[in-house]
Design a protein around this ligand. Sequence first.
Ligand SMILES: Cc1ncc(C[n+]2csc(CCOP(=O)(O)OP(=O)(O)O)c2C)c(N)n1
Ligand SMILES: [Mg+2]
Length: 166
Amino acid sequence: MLEVRTFTLIFISEMPAEELIRTCTSACAGCSSALSLRYVLKAAGRDTVLVVPACCTSIIQGIYPNTAFDIPVYNVAFAAAAACASGMSAAFRSLKKKTNVVVYAGDGGTADIGIQALSGAFERGADFLYICYDNDAYGNTGMQRSGATPIGARTKTTPAGKPEGK
Ligand SMILES: Cc1ncc(C[n+]2csc(CCOP(=O)(O)OP(=O)(O)O)c2C)c(N)n1
Ligand SMILES: [Mg+2]
């Protein structure tokens, strides 16, 4: 069933000052994914768990025991993000907790390898937010084509241009 949600416009001056991503991450300079995640976390707030499959975000968060994120992060296998988030949110709800479960996954992890678990979660109406940040390719491993790479795009695995559409 489709759920209709209303959104409140927040002015920049009203943006929560609290930063849940620390400065000097290992994101590439100008990375729009890191910037959008910064604002996603400002909107979601501290009572949030981030579920991250293999992607650039797992690089941005840093190498254990250090981390650039100031909230709990659960790193999962490439295919498992939506399945993991389903179970996690069911556990929180059974404990009567409102903790936000947010998946932050790439286009490869969503359109290709993660779509099966995502389909199951949609069918169950699982209570979590799934964000696919689409940078048009497998960025973390050096820009190979994904199912979401646009037609004609030259990547490491489509040097003459991708024949299929996005
Ligand atoms: C099963 C499996 N296959 C391949 C990899 C290698 N791998 C790690 S991240 C990644 C690319 C992810 O691409 P995308 O989901 O678009 O995220 P981005 O790197 O662009 O942020 C790949 C191929 C892996 N970790 N697990
Ligand atoms: Mg990508």
